[in-house]
Design a protein around this ligand. Structure first.
Ligand code: ADP
Ligand code: MG
Length: 232
């Protein structure tokens, strides 16, 4: 579609899902993607670290190898840069809705809160790598560390990060809380310490309340069907 002969600049919505391991993020992202598609969104579902072949390779290293906090931070921001350049920014530019299981708040929560790494350095890396890009909406699944540990233990073998102590996950949770206080406009705190159906209702409510998402749906309806086929 063009406006007075110029190509229309479209920008889709960027939604991130955050919270400590075991909080219930992955249990809801597929349903959320399906629900958004029903409303006309062209959804790209992705995750961090990862989302591109290079970033997925870095994810495998990140989750398996021992390394210090600076190496962790550089590795996740390197993966994020590739993810942004190759997948997230092109998808947003064509008007798609990007739904990402974890993003930069996780770096501030895990490396900043959990490891106690310098938040100013993380802020600098965030600026370089993202060039101002921030999510329109961040769904923070908030759950006490002990309940998250119980759910993880029942669900799966622990990876390198998931083997950390309750005190570590408590600091990570506090790290998320600080990010939430710092960006109240984009954060929606979801009380994840309740039955799954109630969490799902809270998720849909938070998405429905997000003005950026509502206006993207209106724009998509006005533009008609997308020329780009939906992602598998
Ligand atoms: N509201 C809930 N109540 C009880 N268990 C849950 C709830 N949500 C998710 N779970 C379970 O908790 C475990 C961890 O959930 P998962 O979605 O993998 O968390 P995350 O992706 O945040 O690490 C899974 O076994 C999942 O079935
Ligand atoms: Mg998960």
């Amino acid at each position: 579609m063009t406006t007075q002969g110029r190509p229309e600049i479209r920008s889709g919505c960027f939604i991130t899902v955050e919270g400590i391991d075991g909080a219930g993020k992955s249990s809801h992202v597929d349903a959320l993607a399906a629900w958004l598609r029903e409303q006309g969104h062209d959804v790209v579902l992705t995750r961090e670290p990862g989302g591109t072949p290079l970033a997925e390779s870095l994810r495998a290293l990140f989750l398996e190898r021992e390394m210090d906090a600076l190496t962790e931070a550089l590795l996740v921001f390197a993966a994020r840069r590739d993810h942004l350049c190759r997948l997230i920014e092109p998808a947003l530019a064509r008007g798609a809705t990007v739904l990402c299981d974890r993003f930069t708040d996780a770096t501030f929560a895990y490396q900043g809160g959990g490891r106690g790494f310098d938040l100013d350095v993380l802020g600098m890396l965030e600026g370089w790598v993202q060039q101002g890009r921030q999510p329109d909406l961040t769904l923070w699944f908030d759950l006490p560390a002990d309940e998250a540990a119980r759910r993880r233990a029942a669900a799966r073998p622990a990876d390198r990060l998931e083997r950390e102590t309750l005190a570590f996950f408590d600091r990570v949770r506090q790290g998320y809380a600080r990010r939430c206080v710092g960006a109240p406009g984009r954060f929606a705190r979801i009380d994840a310490n309740q039955p799954r159906e109630r969490v799902w209702t809270a998720v849909r409510q938070a998405v429905a309340n997000c003005a950026a998402i509502a206006s993207a749906v209106d724009a998509a309806r006005a533009a008609g069907p997308s020329p780009v086929p939906p992602q598998a």
